[in-house]
Design a protein around this ligand. Structure first.
Ligand SMILES: C[S@@+](CC[C@H](N)C(=O)[O-])C[C@H]1O[C@@H](n2cnc3c(N)ncnc32)[C@H](O)[C@@H]1O
Length: 262
């Protein structure tokens, strides 16, 4: 049974990680480059006072900024994927060692085990690394999902934390890479949101719908798009940033990034 669970997680890790994820990520590095750079630039501005990082869903850190990791004095990576520590070490280990920043991998469920992890690491900045949008693949019931995401938010009250997660994903009528540069710049300069430097989370249904429409138009969306129900991750009023991600040649994700200082 234990071997079964190990093999299942090594292969798919809850449907969003494992060998499947690593092979796709390794083959997509060129297409993801702009998105990764934009995440790097955004993370460079996330400077919490905490010197310890609790990275949930860290995997191999395919989308993670090495420079940002080395700002911390210690990094703890939580993932259910047994292949993650080896690959994380290959991508970030050398720089972390040079920066004298020890890191440790914990193979466990970082969502179900969040309350215990918060107690275990009371002084850590908590970063959800593209994992909260994946809960959509485990829970079909949108109400139950929003309830669970709301519970996570409550659990984190009083803590400094942040997240990058899928907001929407779906097919596009054109391949994105040619226009991704311009799109990334537009997102970075806040042009997506009426010239505002950043979008502020607003719980009004109409503003969420307007935002969704505007994001989908930007990438020439077609067909059926998935709402990852992550519009409830951050409390109302949180400044968030949107970044387009050409996940596959004609399949795009809109990522939402934000963080909260305790
Ligand atoms: C889309 S991948 C992102 C991986 C990573 N952030 C990166 O940039 O390579 C989602 C990751 O979340 C992990 N994951 C999914 N559910 C999890 C959970 N409940 N606890 C911990 N990790 C989880 C998966 O194993 C996978 O590695």
């Amino acid at each position: 049974m234990r071997l079964n669970a190990w093999l299942r997680d090594a292969w798919r890790a809850g449907g969003t990680g494992g060998l499947n994820w690593h092979l796709h990520a390794a083959a997509s590095q060129a297409r993801w480059h702009n998105t990764q750079q934009q995440i790097d630039r955004w993370l460079a501005r996330v400077q919490p006072t905490q010197r310890q990082l609790l990275l949930i869903g860290g995997s191999a850190g395919w989308m993670m900024s090495t420079a940002w990791l080395t700002c911390f004095k210690r990094v703890d990576v939580v993932d259910i994927d047994p292949l993650a520590p080896w690959l994380f070490s290959r991508r970030h280990g050398k720089a972390l060692k040079q920066a004298a920043c020890p890191w440790q991998f914990h193979r466990q469920d970082g969502i179900a085990g969040l309350p215990a992890l918060l107690k275990q690491f009371p002084d850590a900045f908590v970063w959800f690394d593209n994992v909260l949008g994946q809960l959509r693949y485990r829970l079909d019931d949108e109400d139950a999902l929003e309830l669970q995401l709301g519970q996570i938010q409550r659990c984190l009250q009083g803590r400094s934390w942040g997240s990058v997660h899928d907001l929407y994903s779906g097919p596009t009528s054109v391949e994105l890479p040619t226009q991704l540069d311009a799109l990334c710049q537009a997102a970075e300069h806040g042009e997506l949101h009426g010239g505002m430097p950043q979008y502020r989370v607003d719980r009004q249904t109409t503003s969420l719908e307007n935002l969704g429409q505007s994001l989908l138009q930007r990438v020439d969306a077609e067909g059926i798009w998935q709402d990852h129900c992550t519009g409830v991750v951050f409390p109302a009023g949180t400044a968030v940033h949107m970044i387009p991600w050409a996940f596959k040649p004609r399949y795009c994700h809109w990522l939402e990034l934000g963080w909260i200082r305790s």
